[in-house]
Design a binder for this molecule. Structure first.
Ligand code: GRG
Length: 300
């Protein structure tokens, strides 16, 4: 892909980060009450870095249907809240037991375990409050569809179900099919919602929705394989989190099953395939096309 497109992607990611953080800054509570510790932990978990890749997908998919930026940024903020909650809970001692996230102490290390659990709970519920607010979209059916779709992506048949499979993967042996299913739920479901959100906001017809679904499916798996590769090849400085954890836990990943080279080939193939789903869109989808290269080349 041309260098200008890669630069345009960097610029768009920076702009999405700036704009979505403005929305998050506004909606995250900041009061000097007895709950101040909870509010501080929610802000710490949400405003401290991250690529904001899911918000970028929401904003770009919404662009395809001429949705207002204000609406798409609110949905983007909701997805990021759910993502941040999942990271806070994933880092807890009962789950991955991590001390570093986005280059900083994890929420339970900075605060304490009970506060981290509550911060995650409050971020999750705030996401739905945000989607249900008429400022997000004037049409109540659209808001209800967004709420239903995000709940589906985040819940037992989505991310939480994937996390359960991930815990099980420490004791049962999964083959490539099993890992694919696990990751499609754990990482893929929220990425899929992010890509579909623009179509929901824009009340798009079936064909573009299916195209975005196909794109998200391949992109999500490619993103996850790249994540597995970073766990093997990345550094703590680049990724801002501990590396080598999957191998230490004896956890099956795409890399442990396929090996580094084949896993990289697979990530590249899926990224290329994801772009093919976008053939029905014009140049407005160029940043989504470029995002496929970003996903496999990223260092964090
Ligand atoms: C606890 C319900 C629950 C779910 C946790 C998302 C998740 C499920 C766990 C995160 C652990 C992990 C390493 C998942 C693999 C891919 C992934 C989601 C990486 C983190 O997302 P990035 O790379 O992170 O977008 P930033 O910090 O850039 O937002």
């Amino acid at each position: 892909m041309a260098k200008t497109t890669a630069l345009a992607l960097e610029k768009a990611l920076r702009e999405t980060t700036r704009d979505v953080e403005q929305v998050l800054e506004k909606i995250l509570p900041l009061e000097d009450e007895h709950e101040a510790r909870l509010f501080d932990s929610m802000r710490y978990a949400t405003l401290g870095g991250g690529k904001r890749f899911r918000p970028f997908l929401v904003v770009q998919s919404a662009t395809l249907f001429s949705v207002s930026r204000a609406s798409s940024l609110r949905v983007a903020a909701a997805v990021e809240l759910v993502h941040c909650y999942s990271l806070v809970h994933d880092d807890l001692p009962a789950m991955d037991d991590d001390e570093l996230r986005r280059g900083q102490p994890t929420v339970h290390k900075q605060f304490d375990e009970a506060t981290a659990i509550l911060a995650g709970d409050a971020l999750l519920t705030l996401a739905f409050e945000l989607l249900a607010d008429p400022q997000t979209h004037e049409n109540g059916n659209v808001r209800a569809e967004l709420v239903g779709a995000l709940a589906g992506a985040a819940g037992a048949h989505g991310m939480v179900g994937g996390q359960m499979l991930d815990l099980a993967a420490e004791t049962i042996e999964l083959d490539v099919g099993g890992i694919t299913r696990l990751q499609r739920l754990k990482t893929g479901a929220l990425i899929a919602f992010s890509c579909e959100a623009g179509a929901i906001l824009g009340r798009a017809s079936t064909e573009p929705r299916e195209a975005l679904r196909g794109y998200a499916h391949d992109l999500g798996l490619s993103f996850q394989i790249a994540d597995d590769l970073l766990d093997v090849e990345g550094t703590i400085e680049e990724t801002g989190k501990a590396v080598g954890k999957d191998a230490a836990a004896g956890k099956a990943t795409f890399v442990s099953i396929l090996g580094v080279e084949r896993a990289r080939e697979q990530a590249n193939l899926l990224a290329k395939q994801s772009v093919e789903h976008l053939a029905i869109f014009d140049g407005d989808a160029d940043l989504l096309r470029e995002a496929a290269s970003f996903v496999v080349d990223r260092k964090r």
